[in-house]
Design a binder for this molecule. Structure first.
Ligand SMILES: Nc1nc2c(c(=O)[nH]1)N[C@H]1C(S)=C(S)[C@@H](COP(=O)(O)O)O[C@H]1N2
Ligand SMILES: [Mo]
Length: 164
C-alpha cells in the first residue's frame, strides 16, 4: 500500500514548510507603533496582530538597490488605520529603526494604498534584510511611482508611524 507512505511524505513536507514559515523574530514582539502628534501611543502592532488583519499584496522593489522586483504582502495602511478607528491623517511620518524618516501624505493612501509589508515573496523579512516591516508602494501598477519622491517614502525597517 502506497497510502501510508504518501501520508508520511505529506506530513514531512508540511512540517518542513511550517519550519520555513517561522518568522526570524517573536510573533508577539511589538514591531510598529502608531503615535499621535503629541507622541502619545495610539496603537501597537505585532506580527500576530498584523496577520490577523486582511492582507494586501503589491509588486515592487526597494528603490535604488539591486533588490529585484518582488511580491510584498502585508496590511494596507488604510486598513491599519481603520482597524483602530483612526481617520487617515493629513500626513504621517514613517520612521525606520535607523531613525530615517519621511512624510507620507493622505493623498498617497487615497491613490496608491501603500502596504506595511511583512513578507517578501512569501518570506518573512529579517532585520538585516530591510525587515521586519517595509512600507511598499504598488510600483508595478503605477509607473509614475518610479520617482525619487516615492523612493524615499519606501521606508524599510519601519518601526513607527507618527500621525500629524
Ligand atoms: N529605514 C530606511 N528606509 C529608507 C532609507 C533609509 O536610509 N532608511 N532610504 C530611502 C531611500 S532615499 C531610498 S532610494 C531607498 C533605498 O535606500 P538605500 O539606497 O539607502 O538602501 O530606501 C528608502 N527607505
Ligand atoms: Mo534615495
Amino acid at each position: 500500500m502506497l497510502r501510508p507512505l504518501i501520508v508520511g511524505i505529506l506530513i514531512a513536507i508540511s512540517s518542513l514548510a511550517a519550519k520555513a514559515d517561522e518568522p526570524p523574530y517573536p510573533r508577539d514582539m511589538p514591531l510598529l507603533t502608531l503615535v499621535d502628534s503629541h507622541g502619545d501611543v495610539l496603537a501597537s502592532f505585532t506580527l500576530a496582530s498584523l496577520e490577523a488583519l486582511p492582507s494586501r499584496e503589491v509588486t515592487g522593489s526597494i528603490p535604488d538597490t539591486s533588490d529585484p522586483e518582488a511580491r510584498w504582502s502585508g496590511v494596507s495602511m488604510n486598513v491599519l488605520l481603520e482597524s483602530q478607528s483612526i481617520a487617515a491623517p493629513d500626513r504621517m511620518l514613517a520612521v525606520g529603526l535607523d531613525d530615517y524618516s519621511d512624510i507620507i501624505p493622505r493623498s498617497d493612501l487615497e491613490h496608491y494604498d501603500p502596504v506595511v509589508a511583512y513578507r517578501r515573496n512569501g518570506h518573512y523579512l529579517a532585520v538585516d534584510r530591510y525587515g521586519p516591516l517595509v512600507v511598499m508602494y504598488p510600483y508595478s501598477d503605477y509607473p509614475e511611482l518610479h520617482e525619487r519622491t516615492y523612493y524615499s517614502r519606501t521606508v524599510w525597517q519601519l518601526s513607527e508611524l507618527q500621525l500629524r
